[in-house]
Design a protein. Structure first.
Length: 339
């Protein structure tokens, strides 16, 4: 069965994107604000995304028969077609709204950067952070880490899914310990503990690891994540992985599937659109009840904008990427979809 849509993964994506969105819709209030407190841990949705990517990307590669020799160009092309058009349009959206905001009376923010500049051009290759520039949208740094993960897994996937279990074990250990040795937050290695929580879940689903091996690697990935990123992050990451491994089903509720479908679009547009709703409304809101309604309004506007963005930009990109097939499609190797 082709893994085009996994309802439980969609649900987790939707929850993660809502958490990150709510964090950004509430983190501008005063320190003692209860509304701010309600979203104070929403940033952990990013860690959920990393675990989910660690699972779904190798799962799709394994099901599609990916090999480095015959499939690398197709894999990279599929990822670029899938994520790059929405990302580039999101950059244009940031510029357009930033320039419009700068024209408003009483604008107090920093002036918008030049459209043709090193900072902007480096965004196209996810290199702005590495080059020392500020990201135009604060969530873009995670897309840079994701793209580095795509490049990394495209090279090592053959060892992660090898028939010889000792090669799988050795590759898992190599990736886990590289997280301890290469600790810069600009590169994917620092976050490999989280990605490995997803990769190990895939390996278990693909019957590449026994239950004991799976438990051992999940524990190791959790400990290493705790050391490198903190124990709260490790807890959320391990819980996400355990939900996948245990096969807990969230059902096929239409709202959960819908939120999962638009999660990437929501991730891209909620700061430039919803964030401006909050910034504008804060001039007129003085109570915490007002803050709550303002944040809910910003969330609603962000969801509507994300759905429109999904229909016009992201879904066509998905369909273009889906047309690309690996040169030597493998015989179906997973007996069923993970729930």
């Amino acid at each position: 069965m082709k893994p085009s849509r996994l309802p439980s993964i969609d649900a987790l994506r939707g929850i993660a994107s809502l958490a990150v969105c709510w964090f950004h819709m509430t983190n501008g209030y005063a320190e003692n604000s209860l509304v701010r407190a309600s979203g104070s841990y929403g940033w952990l949705g990013v860690e959920v995304f990393f675990v989910l990517s660690g699972f779904i990307i190798p799962f799709a590669m394994f099901s599609g028969g990916y090999t480095l020799r015959d499939g690398w160009k197709t894999f990279i092309s599929k990822r670029i077609l899938r994520i790059e058009p929405p990302y580039l349009l999101a950059i244009l959206l940031v510029f357009a709204l930033w320039h419009l905001s700068a024209l408003a009376p009483g604008f107090k923010g920093s002036p918008p950067p030049d459209f043709i500049s090193a900072q902007t051009l480096l965004h196209a290759g996810y290199l702005a952070g590495i080059a020392g520039y500020t990201w135009l949208n604060p969530v873009f740094w995670t897309l840079a880490i994701e793209f580095q993960f795509y490049l990394l897994i495209s090279l090592v996937f053959g060892w992660l899914s090898h028939k010889a279990v000792h090669i799988v074990l050795l590759m898992n250990l190599t990736l886990l310990f590289s997280s301890l040795l290469l600790s810069s937050d600009l590169f994917v290695f620092r976050y490999l503990g989280l990605f490995m929580l997803g990769i190990v879940a895939f390996q278990y689903q693909a019957k590449l690891l026994t239950q004991i091996m799976t438990a051992a690697f999940l524990l190791a990935a959790t400990v290493i994540t705790g050391i490198t990123l903190g124990w709260m992050v490790a807890l959320v990451g391990s819980m996400t992985s355990l939900l996948i491994v245990s096969g807990v089903s969230f059902g096929k509720h239409k709202l959960a599937v819908w939120l999962g479908a638009i999660s990437y679009s929501l991730y891209l547009v909620h700061v430039p659109i919803g964030g401006r709703v909050v910034n504008l409304g804060r001039r007129y809101v003085e109570s915490q009840v007002g803050e709550l309604f303002l944040s809910l309004l910003a969330l609603g506007v962000s969801l509507v904008a994300a759905y429109a963005f999904y229909l016009m930009i992201e879904r066509p990109s998905q369909r273009l990427a889906a047309r690309l097939k690996y040169a030597n499609p493998a015989v179906q190797r997973l007996s069923s979809q993970p729930t």
